[in-house]
Design a protein around this ligand. Structure first.
Ligand SMILES: N[C@@H](CCC(=O)N[C@@H](CS)C(=O)NCC(=O)O)C(=O)O
Length: 218
């Protein structure tokens, strides 16, 4: 037995029911070993984690060269480009690569931001809790309209006939919809069909072991 075990190439910093889920899905699709470090929500745990990722948010991914990357979309784009065989996204020389970039930025900049306003509304006003319920109400309206917009473009995946990591990202965002998901899916049937397809992927089932039933619980 060696005294110098091979270094695990990636370390994923996250927590259950958070966006580290989609990074775990990507790493499972690639089939590369990774260590999962769950970051507590207490101030002391966040302060310590901020020495690794100065934003204090999850996810972050330590790469084999020791760079720590944050921002879920950047991490996924990097993994897709560095592991083309895993087919997380169309390759640079394929037609749909530009659309992949469009949709990943759309997901991170629109529905994900609505979700943050729904769950942390007081941060979005200098009057804090005073405005929280109005901010939340407006964010729910925007999220529903963004999900309808996305659902109308599914066929059955966001890039048409081919699965990409965008689909797992979208299903993760849907898992945080604050209303009744059954009712949402009755209305947005393509989103419902997508969640059923994504739930069948072995990588999703493995990522759910660390994060809870984010897609299959839909
Ligand atoms: N834009 C960031 C957002 C990261 C983010 O807000 N993560 C949430 C968990 S899903 C978080 O860390 N929330 C804790 C907080 O904001 O205090 C990304 O896409 O990675």
């Amino acid at each position: 037995m060696s005294n110098n075990p091979a270094k695990i190439p990636y370390t994923l910093y996250g927590r259950p029911d958070s966006a580290s889920f989609v990074i775990a899905v990507a790493l499972e699709e690639i089939g590369v070993p990774f260590e999962f470090v769950s970051i507590g929500r207490e101030a002391q745990a966040i302060a310590q984690y901020s020495l690794i990722n100065p934003t204090g948010k999850v996810p972050a991914l330590r790469l084999p060269n020791d760079t720590v990357l944050f921002e879920s979309a950047a991490i996924l784009i990097h993994l897709a480009l560095t592991h083309p065989a895993a087919r997380l996204a169309p390759n640079l020389d394929e037609n749909d690569h530009s659309l992949f970039l469009q949709w990943i930025v759309y997901l991170a900049a629109n529905p994900y931001q609505s979700i943050l306003r729904i769950y942390y509304p007081a941060r979005y006003s200098t009057r804090g809790e005073t405005d929280a319920s109005l901010i939340r109400e407006q964010a729910v309206i925007e999220l529903e309209s963004q999900l309808r917009f996305l659902s109308n473009r599914l066929d059955p995946y966001l890039l048409g006939p081919r699965y990409s990591i965008l689909d797992a990202y979208l299903c993760m965002l849907v898992s945080w919809y604050p209303g009744d998901r059954e009712t949402l899916f009755r209305d947005l049937d393509r989103l419902d069909a997508l969640a059923k397809l994504v739930a069948l992927r072995p990588a999703v089932l493995k990522a759910e072991q660390l994060h809870g039933s984010m897609v299959t619980g839909a």
